[in-house]
Structures are given as structure tokens and as C-alpha cells.
Design a protein around this ligand. Structure first.
Ligand SMILES: N[C@@H](CCC(=O)N[C@@H](CS)C(=O)NCC(=O)O)C(=O)O
Length: 217
């Protein structure tokens, strides 16, 4: 059975957006798997994969890291149902994936970083604080104090997604990896934070419910 190395916080909380993407693909394709919980401080347990980030999957002899590479691997392993169901959709999904990583995450990360800090395993707190404060250039407390200031940037990104999804059920018409990828990122935010993410985006809220139903998650 596939083993997924999955980021874990305090109280067994699973919140990594990239790991959620892999779990969304596995759920959509109904591929059975087990998880190996990995804290930020457990990087030595990932040495076999030749890098230090999750997700990683182990499938018999195969070891694959990076959520995009894992998505391609799982599509080759079990083509039905397809996550790249037509000509050009794999390439379009790649572009959407980069957009989510860069635009959606860049907007949401400052808003939820203090919430994530509150949920990481106690042994990871110092590492998380140091590495994220270095990335943000301010303390987590200073970022938390700017919550109201950070919200409009998230709303701008969400309103673009809303305008797209208001006209169709899935981002590229039919369900593709684009939906699974964004689903993973929203799982990250909703798992760690109380932010009312979809309060002004009803079509996105409807898509979110539709995705949970389709995936059984
Ligand atoms: N591009 C990678 C990103 C993976 C990634 O950054 N994973 C985070 C967990 S959300 C991680 O392992 N972080 C380790 C760290 O920050 O030290 C993917 O799509 O899988």
C-alpha cells in the first residue's frame, strides 16, 4: 500500500496544503494509502527521498516527492478517473498550480501564519518561528496584529477565483487537478484558521461543498 509522509502538527492535526493535494488525488482516484506523520523537526526521516519536504510517497520501490510530481505519478499509475482529462489540461493545471502557490499562498500566508504557529507541534515552535519570521521580515505577533490589513489581499485573490467558478462547476469545466490543488490549499487555511474564508464568495463556497462531496473528504 502507498505510504504518504504527511506533515503533522499538535494533536495529530494534518494541515500541509501540499500534502492535502496528494490526499485529494488519492481520494479522487480511490487509491488506498496509509500516512507516516512527519513534524518539521523530523527531516531525517525524509532522507531516503533525497530532499527534506513533504509530501513524499513510497509505493513499493518507488519514492516520489513534490505534490506536482506525485500527481503525475498517480495519474500514470492509475489513469481513471483522470485528473488531466484532455488535451492541454495537464499543462493548464501546471500553470494553475503555480498561480495557487504564488498568488493564493502569498496572499493567505501572512493572514494565517500566526494561526499555524499556534497549531504546530510544540517541538517545532522555535524552528517555525525562526524560519517564518525570516521569510516575512517581521515577528509573528506583528503579522497577527496586521490581520485586518492583510484581509483585502486575500479577498482580491478570492474574487478572481469567484468570478471564474461562478460560470462553471469546476475551474476548467470538468474536475481536474486544478480543483484538487486549490482544494488542498483551502484545506490548509480552514484547518488552521477560523478566518471566514468564503463569506463574500458564494460560488466558491458552493464549489468547496461540491469538492468535499466528490472526494468524500
Ligand atoms: N513544491 C513542494 C512544496 C513542499 C513544501 O514546501 N512542503 C512543506 C510542508 S507544507 C514542507 O515540507 N516544509 C518544510 C519546512 O518548511 O521546513 C510541493 O508542491 O510538494
Amino acid at each position: 500500500m502507498i505510504e504518504l509522509y504527511d506533515l503533522v502538527g499538535a494533536n495529530d492535526l494534518r494541515f500541509s496544503p501540499f500534502c492535502w493535494r496528494t490526499k485529494a488525488v488519492l481520494a479522487y482516484k480511490k487509491i488506498p494509502y496509509t500516512t507516516v506523520p512527519i513534524r518539521f523537526s523530523d527531516k531525517d526521516k525524509l532522507a531516503f527521498s533525497g530532499q527534506d519536504r513533504v509530501p513524499v510517497i513510497k509505493d513499493a520501490e518507488a519514492v516520489v516527492s513534490d505534490s506536482w510530481s506525485i500527481a503525475k505519478y498517480l495519474e500514470d499509475k492509475q489513469p481513471e478517473p483522470k485528473i488531466f482529462p484532455g488535451l492541454g489540461l495537464r499543462e493548464a493545471c501546471r500553470f494553475f498550480n503555480l498561480y495557487v502557490d504564488r498568488a493564493v499562498h502569498a496572499a493567505c500566508f501572512p493572514l494565517v501564519v500566526a494561526d499555524i504557529f499556534a497549531k504546530v507541534d510544540p517541538v517545532d515552535r522555535t524552528y517555525f518561528r525562526t524560519s517564518r519570521e525570516e521569510r516575512l521580515g517581521v515577528t509573528l505577533e506583528a503579522m497577527a496584529a496586521k490581520r485586518a490589513e492583510n484581509r483585502p489581499r486575500v479577498q482580491t485573490v478570492l474574487s478572481d477565483l469567484e468570478a471564474t467558478i461562478a460560470e462553471q462547476d469546476y475551474f476548467f469545466g470538468v474536475l481536474t487537478y486544478a480543483d484538487l490543488c486549490l482544494f488542498g490549499s483551502f484545506k490548509w487555511i480552514t484547518t488552521v484558521s477560523e478566518e471566514p474564508l468564503f463569506s463574500s464568495t458564494p460560488a466558491l463556497q458552493a464549489w468547496w461543498s461540491r469538492m468535499h462531496e466528490r472526494l468524500g473528504l
